[in-house]
Design a protein around this ligand. Structure first.
Ligand code: ZN
Length: 262
């Protein structure tokens, strides 16, 4: 089953299927009927992009008991959903830019990300997995100090660059027991398994689809295991999801000056 990647070319982003040392280019993209173009490009030297630009990113908080406990809370009776803006998405190797003028405590959160492949409205858990294209790795970067002061987590979760995704969309994965690890400059911070999800992938997709229509390319972040902690400029954060691959991003301070209008 294919592992899809999205990569930069002179003509703009394109999709392909990862095959050993090459990518077999497809057109137009994996969210519709598509076919190989016959072009093959070497993986070496390829600039991988976020594998999807979602129309929305739905996330769940406190979906691992050990992580809920480390934040000093219980697992809630119902899933605790929130949104991240699609403008927070970055790809493998792109810098996470810390908003140093607004937050002094930014954390990593390694997560399994679900990539939706169909239009889903009010589906039962038993139907949910059939509507998933595949899975990728995510870092639900969080300004913890702002999050603690907010009931709605728009600022704590929503800054530009706060949603690294990638490197590939793995389509042939059983999400029931995947190892999820995060390391910072080689030091292991998180090491969990999706077997410990309080609400599993099928239940999350079903619950979200009771509220909003899930569209092809939408992304669901399934929560983070214990071990979240601060990241600072100069570090490299590495999220690894079994069967997906490694998502690594450097951390920098964002410029404090306002950006020009472009
Ligand atoms: Zn999270």
């Amino acid at each position: 089953m294919p592992r899809y990647v999205r990569f930069a070319t002179d003509e703009g982003p394109r999709y392909g299927v990862l095959e050993q040392t090459e990518v077999a280019v497809i057109s137009p993209h994996p969210f519709a009927a598509h076919s190989p173009t016959g072009e093959r490009v070497p993986v070496q030297g390829l600039v991988l992009l976020a594998p999807v630009i979602p129309s929305k990113i739905v996330c769940v908080g406190r979906n691992y008991r050990d992580h809920a406990a480390e934040l000093g809370g219980e697992v809630p009776d119902e899933p605790l959903f929130f949104l991240k803006p699609s403008s927070s998405v970055i790809g493998p190797g792109d810098p996470i830019r810390l908003p140093v003028d607004l937050s002094s405590e930014v954390h990593h959160e390694a997560e399994l990300a679900v990539v939706i492949g169909a239009l889903l409205q009010r589906v039962a858990p038993e139907q949910a997995l059939a509507g998933i294209l595949g899975y990728t790795a995510a870092n639900d970067v969080t300004a913890r100090d702002l999050q603690r002061r907010e009931d709605q987590w728009f600022r704590g979760k929503g800054f530009d660059t706060f949603c690294p995704l990638g490197p590939a969309i793995a389509t042939d994965l059983d999400p029931g027991d995947l190892r999820i690890r995060c390391s910072v400059d080689g030091e292991v911070r998180q090491d969990g398994s999706t077997a410990d999800l309080v609400w599993n992938v099928a239940e999350l997709v079903s619950e979200i689809s009771q509220v909003t229509t899930l569209l092809p390319s939408d992304v669901i972040l399934t929560g983070t295991p214990a071990g979240v902690g601060p990241i600072v400029a100069g570090q490299k954060v590495r999220v690894e999801v079994e069967g997906v691959g490694v998502l690594e991003n450097p951390v920098v301070d964002r410029a404090v000056d306002a950006m020009p209008v472009s």
